[in-house]
Design a protein around this ligand. Structure first.
Ligand code: URA
Length: 250
């Protein structure tokens, strides 16, 4: 199927700059299509067929896609599974065809922000332990979470396997009574992503997480207007934020 898009959009899509940077590059004569310098950044091209060069270098088109999913409980963060429903099963057929995969994992019972993409490079960088991408979670925790926990999380806690966590920021948002239980509502920002990390950090201080939701990952915030189980494409601004974040952490 042939699709046609503006050359500035195509180049921004491939990560060569923001739309306004691309417009400037076009004005400077840095963009060529099929061997001819482009004069109009609104030029329509077929990305599958056009031979595009930016600053003299060929631009190889890839159909990258970025989806924000508000993950519901009960589905696993994998592309396929013989028994369980996966986050990919929540996508429409036409979106599944673009072969996105989840960037990292949320537990089956965790809800909230999950990025799905087919951009392996970006996914790799967001997940790299060296990049320390901040992830913020909101949780309900059994019992009273207090200042002692805040301090422990700020200095690092020892998990069940002996791993000492990096400093993490715990904020206490309030408390609520659920039947017999007092639950603390908290937010926790961690800079790493060990297996079941948030639940295990609370276990390390003798407490149990009963509800967990991710609300941000790096510069990307969960769109609270997305009902659980729904998803949408990232906006151009959100993609740009992710790419800027990547450049800043290089
Ligand atoms: N920490 C957890 O314990 N579970 C998640 O799903 C994410 C972070």
């Amino acid at each position: 199927m042939s699709k046609r898009i503006r050359i500035d959009k195509l180049l921004a899509h491939m990560g060569l700059g923001t739309r306004s940077e691309i417009k400037k590059a076009v004005k400077l004569g840095k963009v060529a299509v099929n061997g001819a310098v482009v004069k109009d950044s609104g030029l329509i091209v077929d990305p599958e067929l056009a031979v595009v060069a930016f600053d003299g270098d060929p631009v190889v088109y890839r159909d990258v896609v970025y989806f924000m999913l508000n993950k519901p409980q009960g589905v696993i963060s994998a592309t396929e599974d013989g028994r369980e429903r996966t986050v990919i099963d929540l996508l429409e057929q036409q979106d599944r065809l673009r072969e996105p995969f989840p960037v990292g994992r949320l537990d089956k019972d965790t809800v909230g922000l999950l990025l799905l993409t087919n951009d392996g490079q970006l996914a790799h960088e967001l997940l790299s332990p060296r990049k320390h991408v901040a992830k913020t979670y909101e949780a309900l925790v059994q019992g009273e979470v207090g200042d002692a926990d805040k301090q422990q999380f700020a200095s690092g806690v020892t998990l069940d396997d002996g791993y000492v966590t990096m400093p993490a920021e715990l904020r206490i948002l309030g408390s609520e009574q659920q039947e017999e239980d007092l639950l603390s509502r908290i937010s926790l920002t961690i800079m790493e992503g060990k297996f079941h990390q948030v639940k295990r950090m609370f276990e390390a201080v003798g407490k149990k997480v009963v509800y967990l939701k991710r609300v941000s990952m790096g510069p990307l915030m969960l769109d609270e207007s997305l009902p659980e189980g729904s998803y949408r494409e990232l906006t151009d601004d959100e993609v740009e934020l992710l790419r800027t974040h990547r450049r800043a952490s290089e």
